[in-house]
Structure formats: C-alpha cells, structure tokens
Design a protein around this ligand. Sequence first.
Ligand code: PLP
Length: 391
Amino acid sequence: MKMTEQKDNTAHPRGWDPETLKKMDVKVWSYLEEYENEKDEIHSAVEKVFSSGALILGPHVQEFEDKFSSYCDSKYGVGVGNCTDAIFLGLKALNVGKGDEVITVANTAVPTVAAIAATGAEARFVDIDPKTYLMDVSKIEEVISDKTKCILPVHLYGQCVDMDIINEIANKHRLKVVEDCAQAHGALYKGKKAGSMGDVSTFSFYPTKVLGGYGDGGIAITNNNDLYDRIKSLRVYGMKNKYYALESGHNSRLDEVHAAILLKKLEKIDDYIAERNRVAKIYMGQLGNASLALPETVEGNSHVYYVYVVKHPQRDEIITKLKERGIFVNVSYEWPIHTMPAYSHWGYKEGDLPHTEKSCKEIFSLPMYPSLTDEKVKKVCENLEEVLKEI
Ligand SMILES: Cc1ncc(COP(=O)(O)O)c(C=O)c1O
C-alpha cells in the first residue's frame, strides 16, 4: 500500500520522493545553506535553553512575544504551537463559533479554513483578483449575511490584501477582522506592517516561512488587552491561574527552544526579506519578456516574496519539463478549498469561484529562499525560457 502511494506520488508532475529531490540541482526551498551559516548561533541558543531549567513558557517565549509583536507594530503577542492554532484561538477569543460565518478565500493553505471549521463556524468564500491572487475585496459585501462574524483576509504569497477596504466593510457591518499573515512577515501595506491592522493577526514559523523555525511554531498578535488575556488563557487549557480553568481551553504553546531560535532569526528578518527581494528582482529582470504572468505588487504594498508565483496555461507541461532538467517547482495551491471533500457540506461546487479555480490550474512557484544564489536563479530562468520555447 505504502509503495503504491509513493509510486503514484512520484508519477505526478509535482510528486517527489526523497531520492529524486536530492538529485535536483535547484530546489524550490531549502534551509540547509542558511543553517550552515547560522549553525553556531542556533546551537548556542538551543544549549542556553537546555541548561536553563525552564523549558515551557519561560523567558524566551516572553521575550520573543514582545520583540515579534513590536516588530509588527502591535502591542501583544501569544506564542502558540502553530499558525492553525493561532487562527483557531484568535477566532475563539472573538467568540466565533457554531452558527457563525467567517469570510475568507479558497486559494489559501488548508489550515486557514481548517481553523475556521474547528471553531464550529463555516467559511464563506470570496473570489480573488486574478492578477494578484488576493481576496477581491469588492466582492466581500455580496457574501455578508446575518451570520457573518468575521473577515479573514489572507496576505497570500507575501503581500497584503487591501486592508483599508476590509476595515471599512468590517466597521460598517460590525464584523471582526483576523489577518492571516502566515506568508507575510514584515510585509507592508501603505507603510503599515502586516498584522497591525486586524483585531487579531496570526503568523506561522513553519520552516519555509519568511521567519521560519526548525519545527512548528506560531503566534497571535493583537493590540487589544482583553483579547490578549483571553488567547493567553485559551492556549493553556483556559486557565487564568495555575490549575484553575475559567473556560474550556486548549494546549498550544510555542516551545522555549523554538522561541530562542526565533529570537536569533528575528534579528535577521529584514536581511531575509532583502534576499528574497534580490531573488525576485533577478526573476523579474530575466523573465520580463517571457510568455508568463509574473507576480504583480499592488501599489502601496511592499512584497516579501514568501513564494514567487508565476502563471501559464500549460503549467503541468512546464513543470514536467523543468523537473527533467533538475529544477523543482511547486504549486501553492493546486486545489481550491471549496471543492475539497472535507468542506463539501458547505454546499460549494466547481464554477462558484471562477478566478480562484482558473488560477489553481495555471500557477506554479519558482525556487525562492534567502540563500538561493544568483547563479541558481539565473539557471532557473534560462531553463524556464527554453522550456517555454519548446511547448
Ligand atoms: C496562509 C496560511 N495560513 C495558515 C497556515 C498554517 O500555518 P501552520 O503550519 O503554522 O499551522 C499556513 C501554513 O501553511 C499558511 O500558509
């Protein structure tokens, strides 16, 4: 059974097995070069925690919460196990639950929607702008109902959704806003940091992220003291004082070890973003005339290029040919969430979100990570240009 699964996976144009991946000249993402450079700092941060005597919710988590929320121009941070939990706990703190609706997009990572579903609420999907792949904010009001409690914009691929419009609609309809910033650490919207504009904002520190750890991690940030207290309590079983629960909560804590590593990496976050922009600039320069839709940055946004997404109607053919040339690319995301079996009970069908569905068929992401060398980026471009001529 296992063998068959692996075989099917490898046969798929985007499928991979560890051996194939090792042979790839250019990977879509890798942390290994970065680790080589930062090894000493990372090891000494880990050692410090191991020998400190405080392993859970100790000084590193507190310091990281303070420094990361301040980096995001926000007052408070609650370090949690991952961003899925941060969204879930953020929504719970806003009293979102059964019978409520949360407006979001269907071209996001599954966890955005899984977190909504975990509260008992339903997601209502808005189509996207086909050029930026971001939520089409002009369509939000069409899906607002008596049950709508919250808008959950996703700052997809590294740039922000139009937050002025979202907040205007939220104020008009008395809705809450949760920013999903899992892909947008450090991104700016009209000079404002991603995460500083919603009631609660959530980030992931999954290794691939702009600020990525060496395992899972997440944070919910807010400017609201009551929400801060509530999320802090919900992450430890709903307790306020030790062994005394005010409400039924959960267990989702950022580890001291990860907080210590993330503190080290936070010092370099703007360098990581600059490196990502370096890579993006080469792609833009080299592929400017290629028959391919390149990412568009909305005026007023500054992009952090979590991923570099391009679009072509013959996407699958291109991916197969690039793979033959030792270049591995990715698709995020191939399947729109409203068509997935997990959420079929919400009543959506294919055709409901035409721009989302079309883009899921045509997009793919080129290798992107801070330590990707100029040579490798150029190699991707040269191969891609040749493949585009062949098809
Ligand atoms: C947009 C988005 N939201 C939420 C998540 C969930 O993050 P995590 O894996 O930390 O739970 C991710 C990560 O995959 C993401 O990309």
